[in-house]
Design a protein around this ligand. Structure first.
Ligand code: SAH
Length: 458
């Protein structure tokens, strides 16, 4: 009987990119995916720890699988991602003895494969935890569930993070920054395109630091230029940028390379200088504002998105006000806001007191969400009556769903098969988070079938 695997994935896009590699390896062993955990022979939980809630969710899922594992001891149960971390955790291993395999973020799945093939037990992936390790694979095979269906694919380009934002646990979990070679990335993108992918989302915890851990290394602009040459690829996005590393050269590359979409994810996290300093962010509110204005000048029609943390230790009403005012002034197309969550091991957990009451955090969060809803609604309304180029990703509740160059969700009805097409849509309705319209023209991008384009690989 065919063996089956079940992937439970939570967290950021990096987790999806990491999971894809493991799925592919399992399928190489003849495994097929299943959405039903109970019928799987291998279950992998891909986890997140950025906030306490995410961590609780991961352990909740793990606990819920204990009876199943007891019933079927031959089932392989693997935990991977940020809950495990690059160092592994012996306490976890003794607390959850029914887990067979523990794998750090960006693992290529070697311990899981070894367990399946040879019954080797619970070994943290030493290769993946080495400071120089970055996956070098050049060819990827999409797992069967995604083949011919996946339009936009996440691709990791820089692993780990060496920044020391005081609130953030990610560097502790994902290890030091490791740039992946341009050649490996380009090869991966080419093989994705050969399998029907039209857009890649290049990922890094701080993507504008791409290449900065290598002496005389390439930078993000160089990488964008090389990825841009991949024939058959329609669109490129990248995230997340840090304000300190965004250069004019990168912005000129975004403006000058037509496949690179005008969407910049660049979190300020706060708008008060003292809080920014306590967070260890390395810039002031003034610097951030100037940068956003510059982005909008150099990359016309760009959508600039922000992430905000409210209720950082010691944040007063007045300091929160400054964050609110910054957002009111900048009018971002999108803002992601989260309540500060104390993460064990971080500087803010060790040296500061999580003293903003939850009810206050919630009211600050709601204030920003309320502000942003009206800003987003107003900005979206500017698209009414215009046509936008939509890359169609799939269907939701019977309607086609895709994204505009700025990353806005667009819905429309059409009888024709349009997945993977670039459709010109006339916008007839807008809300704060999405818009809808009708297809007035369409272009089916020509499929790229492994032809020979020569690439200058750095
Ligand atoms: N590298 C990016 C952030 C990626 S983490 C940067 O430098 O800005 C994704 C988001 O999770 C962050 O932007 C932040 O808003 C949020 N986040 C990280 N740690 C958090 C914490 N301890 N509590 C609440 N939100 C947090």
């Amino acid at each position: 009987m065919t063996k089956k695997y079940h992937f439970w994935i939570s967290g950021c896009q990096m987790n999806y990119a990491d999971a894809r590699l493991i799925s592919t390896r399992l399928e190489g062993l003849g495994y097929k995916p299943t959405p039903i955990a109970e019928e799987a022979d291998v279950i992998i939980l891909q986890t997140c720890t950025v906030r306490q809630k995410a961590e609780d969710k991961a352990f909740g899922r793990l606990q819920s699988l204990k009876p199943l594992k007891k019933l079927r001891p031959d089932l392989t149960l693997a935990m991977m991602g940020c809950v495990v971390g690059v160092k592994g955790d012996e306490n976890l291993e003794s607390k959850y003895p029914y887990v067979d395999v523990w794998m750090p973020p960006a693992s290529d799945g070697a311990p899981l494969i070894a367990h399946i093939l040879h019954g080797e037990d619970r070994d943290i992936d030493k290769a993946a935890t080495s400071t120089r390790y970055a996956i070098q694979n050049e060819e990827v095979l999409l797992p069967s569930a995604e083949k011919g269906r996946l339009v936009s694919a996440p691709v990791a380009v820089v692993y780990g993070c060496s920044h020391a934002c005081t609130f953030c646990v990610i560097p502790h979990r994902r290890g030091v920054e490791r740039t992946r070679p341009v050649g490996a990335i380009v090869s991966e993108v080419r093989s994705l395109v050969e399998q029907g992918v039209k857009e890649v989302v290049l990922l890094g915890q701080i993507i504008d630091r791409y290449g900065k851990d290598i002496a005389d290394g390439p930078d993000l602009a160089d990488l964008l230029e090389q990825v841009h040459r991949v024939e058959g690829l329609e669109r490129i996005r990248f995230l997340t940028s840090h304000p300190n590393y965004m250069t004019d050269k990168i912005l000129h590359a975004v403006a000058g390379l037509p496949k690179v979409m005008p969407q910049i994810e660049i979190p300020s996290q706060a708008g008060d200088d003292d809080i920014l300093r306590e967070m260890g962010r390395g810039y002031t509110a003034e610097y951030y504002k100037d940068l956003v204005y510059k982005i909008r000048e150099l990359v016309p029609d760009s959508a600039v998105h922000n992430d905000i943390i409210v209720g950082f230790p010691g944040e007063t009403d007045e300091q929160f006000r400054r964050t609110y005012d910054l957002l009111a002034e900048l009018e971002h197309e999108k803002v992601h806001v989260a309540k500060y969550s104390l993460r064990p091991g971080t500087v803010s957990a060790r040296r500061m007191v999580d003293d903003v009451p939850d009810i206050e955090k919630r009211s600050r969060l709601q204030a920003i969400e309320g502000l942003q809803e009206s800003v987003s609604r107003r900005k979206m309304a500017d698209w009414l009556g215009k046509t936008v180029q939509v890359l169609v990703e799939g269907k939701t509740k019977g309607r086609w769903r895709g994204r505009s160059p700025q990353g806005k969700l667009v819905f429309f009805d059409d009888e024709r098969e349009m997945r993977g097409d670039i459709v010109e849509a006339l916008i007839t309705h807008t809300g704060p988070w999405s818009m809808s319209g009708e297809a007035v023209g369409s272009r089916t991008p020509t499929a790229h079938r492994g032809d020979s384009i020569s690439l200058t690989v750095i």
